[in-house]
Design a protein around this ligand. Sequence first.
Ligand SMILES: [Zn+2]
Length: 376
Amino acid sequence: MKKIILIIMLLFITGCNKEIKKEVTYKEKITIKIGEEVPSLEDYITSDYDESCTIEWTNIDLEDNKIYTAGIYEGKLKIVDRDVTVNLEVIDDVAPTIENVKDITITVGDKIDLLKGITVTDNSRDEMDISISEESIYDINKVGTYNIEVIAKDNSNNISKKVFKLIVKEKVIPQEQVKDIPNVPDIDLSGTTTKGYQINRIDGIYYVNGILIANKTYALPSTYNPGGLRSEFMTAFNKMKEAAKNDGVTITIISGYRSYSYQKALYDGYVKTYGKAMTDTFSARPGNSEHQSGLAADLNRIDDNFGNTKEGKWLDLNASKYGFILRYPKGKQSITGYKYEPWHFRYIGDEAANLYQNGEWTTLEEYLGIDSKYQS
Ligand SMILES: [Zn+2]
């Protein structure tokens, strides 16, 4: 009696392979990538076996025998008298694809959905995590060109990034909306500069060595209105533009003359949002903007990086030959009162050549020996 039981036991322990009477061995885990065929029984069993071995996936809904969500899935391997657990690990190492990323242009203060229209596709069926990176510094209330980085992430932390430009343009304020304007305080700053030049005031406008000055110290009167960019600016600009074109470089004016009333509306708008101290670091007060002179313009693109572009480099190298100066050079904020503006050029005529020597700009303030500081 004892002998018979022993024989039956042996049969069960050897598993489903009755013929060879050997233990069935198997792999506990197989790893595949998303979208690959789910392994079959043969792939798990490493010894001989017969049909009495089966595998069943307990937590997978199979579609075309493929899996589209990363994770670890359990299977039950049935070897005649016992059930064992095997695992299927599905990994995803493919990053999502971000599409329909385009530059966006808005007007100061416009509300904007930066992710609108952007689509993300992925090899997985995960819900994509789409966001704007924290490194994307922008301000819809401030004129400028900002780099915006879109990040898409799937559940396996595969990340894709794409960059587009957000261009915030200044608001055009219709003349009829501009209210009464108080005049600039009448303090006469005539005299001699530290470089020995005469400061003359003619019709409320300051000239040093014959050069009209509009900076933080010397304001233009509210009544000064050339009505647009002055003819001497335009004549020189057209020559420069032609020369640039011959070098395969396109130069355009994006913001030229701005009236006192326009600048006032712009400045007052900024003050409401940022307060006076902050606004003074990036926007001129009415009367103190060089754009009111009709002798200055912003070219091509308001972008801190413009100086590194083909157009920015061409202008830096050649503008002085046509009577223009880069008005707010890099590292001269304490002198000009403005941070580096690679796009802002001022026409001063022949003397421009003296301000650009060996690839370095001297500021108009240094050259003439004048200040650029608000009195209050
Ligand atoms: Zn400007």
